[in-house]
Design a protein around this ligand. Sequence first.
Ligand code: TXA
Ligand code: MG
Length: 319
Amino acid sequence: MLSSPIVPADKESIARAAALLREGKLVAFPTETVYGLGGDATSDKAVAAIYAAKDRPQFNPLIAHVADVRALDALIEWNENARMLAMQFWPGPLTLVLLRKKDCPVSLLASAGMDTLAVRIPSHPIARQLLAEVGRPIAAPSANQSGKLSPTTPLHVAESLGGKVDMILAGGKSAVGLESTVIDLVSKQPRILRPGGITKEQLEKAIGPVEAAMTDSSAPLSPGMLPSHYAPNLPLRLNAENVAANEALLAFGPDTLIKGGAMRLNLSEKGDLDEAAANLFAMLRQLDQPRFSGIAVMPVPNTGLGVAIIDRLKRASVR
Ligand code: TXA
Ligand code: MG
């Protein structure tokens, strides 16, 4: 495969993508969070191919995506919190980590050998149609080289994974722009492993106290939370109050106070965190050019979706 075909999603191409997945091939597809690199979760070979395409360390487990809650009965052990969260936030940007059923058909490689499985029902209509048509759980990490920025457009996928996928199903820009929130519902106290599209406040309203993600910890919480992740090539400088002539500026809110910079983009001039999240990865990519010395990022408020944005920015700034 020299380059992967980018195919606009319609009834016919979705059927073709589903057929490829059933044959054990890899298909990148849009979700509301970011684009996923999909493979048949029940096939060891397909799951191994996902790790290989991403150059992903094998200890980092994958999320199994399904079309509806009934499809999960065969995969995981439900508990009260899982039912509550499923009812309120699915389909949507939330991933639940639960115990695998004894005869769970999902490849153990997708669980990185653990007795838990991460599961999600995405809300993107193309993802849902595809999952319904495949009729099997689909393992799908973000469709990028391991450790690099997550893709929010089909072009990002093509740039990052080149010819390593059999088809890129195109469905526009991902609306949320940040990966799903991952919550561990196996340990006694529910615990956020990765902040994301659904906030801690939203989760606590549904199920009571939830332990926050430890963004600053250097120890990875969930195996995938390596401290350096989502990395652009340029160094990132956070909470910037000024910008050098050869630096690029990633602004948030009114940016008139900071003058200069070699290139300027604004996550959200009106200071809207949803808009900022949706723009984050695409703008980091645009600013990540070797002709700049680095990227200066203006402060973003640490509330709501800002928690997830700051988490990604911090990881992107670790060298
Ligand atoms: O929004 C998303 O979640 C996207 C779209 C495509 O659905 N997917 C995604 O997958 O971001 P990935 O593989 O890039 O991130 C999955 C995260 C990793 O941090 C991984 O360590 C964690 O979920 N994870 C997966 N299975 C786990 C498990 N059994 N226990 C703890 N953490 C787990
Ligand atoms: Mg990822």
